[in-house]
Design a protein around this ligand. Structure first.
Ligand code: ADP
Length: 240
């Protein structure tokens, strides 16, 4: 070993930044003159590579937290840092571009475009981002549909697919720009128990392959199988 090399600073594991950091996040919804504090000072830190389930009663603020992390909505106060980017400081336009590159989102009701085929739905984020040449987009979408075992249904419309298959298309779409972070807002909430378990396995596999996975669920059994469970109550993290 050379003298130069020995002088290099050692890697300090404790200095590694978390992938997601919410600090004193407050979100107040205003409807006319009414104010509703949906988040009342949330601190939450999630490391790269974690698989985290978010649970809590209906109305406790779970979706609101997810919307803070994906930048779908903004905090009234506090800060949200994801992969080193303080996303609460970005403009709407910057946020949309940031989200397209860095986060894959899966919703309860799939939200596929009904007139587009599976492969066209799975290409959509790439069509929006326009960073990948057009000829490569279909190939990436096809690859991601194969990853979720839908390689034989590329040209099916959503109406020709089961609920579980539609959710797998949504996962393929979430993988389009190869994001580090996969966020699910009740991704298994509209699926039967067996299909929900398969969906969980798929999220687990993505986590094993290095994605950080964060999902809201009502299913305490599926939550218990995550690496960590975060419980929200009345707009606060009460247990993590
Ligand atoms: P959860 O996902 O845990 O069911 P949400 O995060 O959706 O809870 O909502 C938290 C609280 O904020 C609820 O009381 C809900 O009614 C309220 N809320 C959510 N979105 C809005 C909104 N856009 N305007 C007003 N109130 C809202």
């Amino acid at each position: 070993m050379t003298a130069t090399m020995t002088r290099e600073a050692p890697v300090e594991l404790s200095a590694v930044e978390p992938l997601i950091e919410l600090s004193a996040v407050v979100k107040v919804y205003r409807t006319g003159k009414l104010e509703y504090p949906a988040l009342r000072g949330v601190d939450l830190s999630i490391d790269a590579g974690e698989m985290v389930a978010v649970v809590g009663p209906s109305g406790s603020g779970k979706s609101t937290i997810m919307n803070m992390i994906t930048g779908i909505d903004r905090p009234t106060d506090g800060s949200v840092t994801v992969d080193g980017q303080q996303i609460h400081l970005l403009s709407e336009e910057q946020l949309a571009a940031w989200r397209g590159r860095n986060v894959g989102i899966v919703f309860q009701f799939f939200q596929l475009l009904p007139t587009l085929t599976a492969v066209e739905n799975a290409m959509l984020p790439l069509d929006f981002a326009r960073q990948v040449p057009k000829r490569d987009r279909r190939e990436i979408a096809r690859h991601n549909l194969e990853l979720v075992s839908l390689g034989d249904k590329l040209d099916h419309l959503p109406s020709e697919l089961s609920g579980g298959e539609q959710q797998r298309v949504a996962i393929a779409r979430a993988l389009a720009s190869d994001p580090k972070l996969i966020i699910g807002d009740e991704p298994t909430g509209n699926l039967d128990t067996q299909t929900a378990a398969e969906m969980f396995q798929l999220l687990r596999r993505l986590n094993d392959e290095g994605k950080t996975v964060l999902y809201v669920t009502h299913d305490l059994e599926l939550a218990a199988r995550a690496g960590r469970v975060v419980t929200i109550r009345d707009g606060l993290v009460v247990d993590q």
